[in-house]
Design a protein around this ligand. Structure first.
Ligand SMILES: [Zn+2]
Ligand SMILES: [Zn+2]
Ligand SMILES: [Zn+2]
Length: 348
């Protein structure tokens, strides 16, 4: 028997954060990477679009008019998936038909009045304002008595179902901790109980030692392709200090987060020289009033693209019925991201 070689042999990798597995099949990428750029024609966006419901001064559903905002702008989603006045009730029939009311608030946060910008092409000072807005919303919504968890996320690109190119994110505050955050919470809690240290602090120390999956870093954050990545160019952004949520950030972390998000998304856009689609979001301490020392603030980027601007990964077949699978290893994806310049291809 040969030794298991993670660059050659099919194997599965464990995600200690949500305790799931991913199948890795590196032998399927024996053929050399072609690296060709299939640039698809991107319709150039105007700085202001009279038909955009997020641009300053425009009207939204129901005739509400946006203010002539100049920085960030937050409003309650006109088509909210959650409603605050939902009465608390639980139904349980034979332990098989279980339903619980879910009160909550859904907001939209515009990053900029400029319709044509993306995180990758905004300036760090402008992104600082976005980070301040996120931290403010996390604190404000988290203080509401029925809010146990605040999920901030950005869906970017038509491929990810984002209907509007205007740079914005969504903020969903809910009365329960959602499935993914709950799984990561119990894993972090168990790790802390078993070892007396933090899962992501320990993990980041080992990743920085080896460097093989690191993409970029600054004083406060490191961006890397996690060992257990599912999406081809998935990354995780981990804080270097053990902070449980954005409300614990100092100026260094706020600026550091703005900087690392700009650099990571610029690298993404530079892979295929197109605005890279992704879902990005933060995982942090639930707002249930408990201290949650086990939580370590981080961000996930889940981008779908695989081989070109048009060839995406699908989660189908074995992935729906068995477990996720990938061909290019986390290490080769990280090497590719690391080799890219941090100057945006449109600004070179
Ligand atoms: Zn717009
Ligand atoms: Zn930690
Ligand atoms: Zn997470």
């Amino acid at each position: 028997m040969r030794m298991l070689d993670l660059t050659l042999h099919p194997h599965r990798r464990f995600n200690p954060l949500n305790r799931s597995w991913v199948l890795v099949s590196p032998h399927r990428t024996d053929r050399p990477w072609q690296g060709q750029v299939e640039r698809t024609a991107q319709p150039a966006q105007p700085p202001y679009d009279p038909d955009c419901y997020l641009c300053p001064g425009n009207s939204r559903a129901g005739g509400v008019r946006n203010p002539a905002y100049s920085g960030t702008f937050v409003f309650d989603n006109d088509f909210a998936a959650l409603l605050p006045a939902t009465a608390p009730e639980r139904q349980d029939r034979a332990g098989l038909f279980i339903a619980e009311a879910e009160p909550g608030i859904c907001r939209v946060a515009c990053f900029s009045p400029r319709h044509d910008l993306t995180v990758s092409r905004m300036t760090v000072p402008d992104l600082d304002l976005v980070v301040d807005t996120w931290a403010g919303q996390y604190a404000e919504l988290g203080r509401m008595p029925f809010v146990q968890h605040v999920q901030i996320f950005e869906n970017r690109g038509a491929m990810m179902g984002a209907s509007n190119p205007h740079p914005h994110c969504q903020i969903w505050a809910s009365g329960s901790v959602p499935t993914e955050a709950a799984a990561e919470q119990s894993a972090q809690m168990d790790y802390r109980a078993a070892r007396g240290s933090c899962l992501l602090c320990d993990y980041l120390a080992l990743e920085r030692e080896s460097g093989e999956r690191l993409v970029c870093e600054n004083e406060s954050f490191a961006a890397l392709v996690p060992f257990w990545a599912v999406w081809p160019f998935e990354t995780i952004v981990i804080g270097k200090r053990h902070l449980t949520g954005m409300d614990e950030f100092g100026d260094t972390e706020r600026r550091g987060l703005a900087d690392i998000l700009k650099r990571a998304t610029t690298r993404y856009d530079n892979i295929f020289e197109v605005p890279f689609p992704y879902t990005m979001g933060f995982h942090q301490r639930p707002t249930d009033g408990q201290p949650h020392p086990e939580w370590h603030f981080h961000a996930h980027f889940y981008p779908p693209l695989l081989r070109s601007a048009t060839i995406r990964k699908f989660m189908v077949g074995f992935e729906m019925l068995g477990m996720p699978q990938r061909d290019i290893t986390a290490e080769s994806a990280a090497a590719r991201l690391r080799a890219l310049p941090e100057v945006h291809y449109q600004q070179r």
